[in-house]
Design a protein around this ligand. Structure first.
Ligand code: FAD
Ligand code: NDP
Length: 453
């Protein structure tokens, strides 16, 4: 079978959802746009009348797959994991995260946008503008938007086996999050080990604690969130986590697991010789962009697809958005590949504008912005974390932060516990990259410095 569309998006995650919204706002005709996504989630159920049941399943334990339209991925490590009133689809379909319309599967139908779900693009031929899917279909396009995101790095890729064990969890998609929730339910009061001290490690450790599970975090660095936090910022969060009972095991790595006769992990051997008792494991050791369809076809940079300020790749019919795109950050004269949701949302919107209205679309001028929320804490970072650091605010209280000063200009700002007006001022200030004559003044004024620029 073969079909043809003007616009094809590969990937059905955050960037795809926001691109669809933009296409919808600009008005695509029925049948012009399709989204191909391989995401699905398996459920076990005893009452499966409304779902397809796998033929091998027993009648009272039916396993079915459900396809998934684009949703706000950040919810998976936060509200989805709550023990009480957790977030569930359809509540967090894109684009609720940016206070925009919630695009349910019905919205796509009404807008004539074809969702080709539970379908993987197996190969792409950009010269002939042709895709081959896992269902054997050939799809041709005029414009292709690559929004394939990233995948979780597996333990096997760093030489450790055990990823398939029933109590080892990753967290990238809804299927992973569902497994994590089910595993947590069986482990109340038990011991979880979290491998990695980055975003997944920190957000999942908090959720595990909230689910009344004892947590040990293991990572090789000397402090958590080493790619962004300073030691002083990290120390604040580590103290909060410790006060909630989290045990930090830093400067060492997992070397292997101990399994029981059923293949479940019961222990974790560490490089420093310790063996920790384990009821469940959460792994967050980094992500890798899903770019393999385009190797040797497009120009790459920062392990992603190199695009210009229109999000257009080295092939003029192919655009890349979200985690896979390595794009110019005009403000800093650098190219960056950002694995964060705001970049996915905004690059998606910009690419659609560049495709549909090229003459009226200016250059993508993006201010890098990341955030996280854990327990009752909430921080945001704007800009670039390079140069000298000046901390400010009350590190014994609830509102504090840091400025990064590079070549005499403020280029980055982190703030915990701010309010909307603070963050607006910081974003504006970083765009202005103000010159700083006196670093002491930055420290004294703190967030007021941003407001005064
Ligand atoms: P994704 O949202 O990952 O979507 C990619 C889609 O493409 C997936 O559906 C995938 O299955 C599909 N796909 C891949 N290959 C193929 C193929 N060959 N054929 C068909 N489909 C394919 N960022 C923040 O700034 N703040 C947060 O709080 C935050 N929380 C996060 C929490 C979690 C648990 C995770 C995993 C990420 C979080 N992020 C957060 C990062 C943010 O979610 C990502 O940057 C964002 O989802 C990237 O959007 P994307 O569309 O590029 O990729
Ligand atoms: P990160 O890159 O954030 O963190 C990886 C962590 O794993 C680091 O602490 C790293 O340590 C550690 N690590 C590396 N190798 C080992 C090892 N052998 N043993 C133990 N730890 C190791 O990736 P995550 O997996 O946390 O996140 C995956 C993706 O999800 C990223 O794209 C992230 O941006 C995204 N995400 C974003 C969120 C947000 O923006 N709020 C929330 C959740 C996910 P070191 O730094 O010392 O190398």
């Amino acid at each position: 079978m073969s079909r043809s569309f003007d616009y094809v998006i590969i990937g059905g995650g955050v960037a795809a959802g926001y691109a669809a919204l933009e296409f919808g706002k600009r008005g695509v005709s029925h049948g012009e746009l399709c989204i191909i996504s391989d995401e699905s989630v398996s459920f076990s159920s005893s009452s499966s009348s409304s779902h397809r049941c796998s033929s091998s399943a027993l009648i009272d334990l039916c396993v079915f797959n459900e396809s998934v339209a684009p949703y706000e991925r950040p919810a998976l490590s936060k509200a989805f994991l709550l023990p009480e009133a957790p977030a569930r689809l359809p509540g967090f379909h894109t684009c609720v995260g940016a206070n925009e319309e919630r695009l349910t599967p019905n919205w796509y139908k009404e807008h004539g946008i074809e969702l080709i779900l539970e379908t993987r693009v197996k190969s792409a031929d950009v010269r002939n503008k042709k895709l081959l899917t896992s269902t054997g279909e050939t799809i041709t396009y005029k414009y292709l938007i690559v929004a394939t995101g990233a995948r979780a790095l597996k333990l096997e890729e760093i030489g450790i086996s055990g990823s398939d064990a029933e109590n080892v969890c990753y967290l990238r998609d809804l299927a992973d999050a569902t497994k994590l929730v089910n595993t947590m339910r069986t482990c109340k009061g038990g011991n979880a080990i979290v491998i990695g001290g980055g975003y997944i490690g920190m957000e999942c450790a908090a959720s595990l604690v909230i689910n009344k599970i004892n947590v040990s975090m293991v990572f090789p660095g000397s402090y958590c969130m080493g790619r962004l936090f300073t030691p002083k910022i990290a120390s604040y969060y580590e103290d909060v986590y410790k006060s909630k009972g989290v045990n930090f095991i830093k400067g060492t790595s997992l070397t292997s697991f101990v399994f029981n006769s059923e293949g479940k992990v019961t222990g974790a051997n560490l490089e420093d010789g310790r063996c920790l008792p384990v009821d469940m494991v959460v792994v967050g050791i980094g992500a890798r962009p899903n770019t393999n369809l385009f190797e040797n076809q497009l120009v790459f940079e920062n392990n992603g697809i190199k695009v210009n300020t229109r999000l257009q790749s080295s092939n003029t019919s192919v655009y890349a958005i979200g985690d896979v795109a390595s794009f110019p950050v005009k403000l800093f004269g650098k190219t960056r590949r950002l694995e964060h949701v705001d970049a996915a949302r905004k690059s998606a919107k910009h690419a659609v504008s560049a495709i549909m209205d090229p003459d009226k679309t200016s250059e993508f001028d993006y201010l890098p912005f990341f955030y996280s929320r854990v327990f009752s804490l909430s921080w945001r970072f704007y800009g670039d974390n390079v140069g000298e650091v000046v901390h400010f605010g009350d590190f014994n209280g609830t509102k504090f932060g840091a400025y990064w000063v590079d070549n005499g200009r403020v280029v980055g700002c982190f703030l915990e516990g701010g309010e909307g007006a603070d963050y607006d001022a910081i974003a504006e200030m970083i765009r202005a990259k103000p010159v700083v004559a006196d670093m002491g003044e930055l420290e004294r004024q703190g967030v007021e410095f941003a407001a005064g620029v």
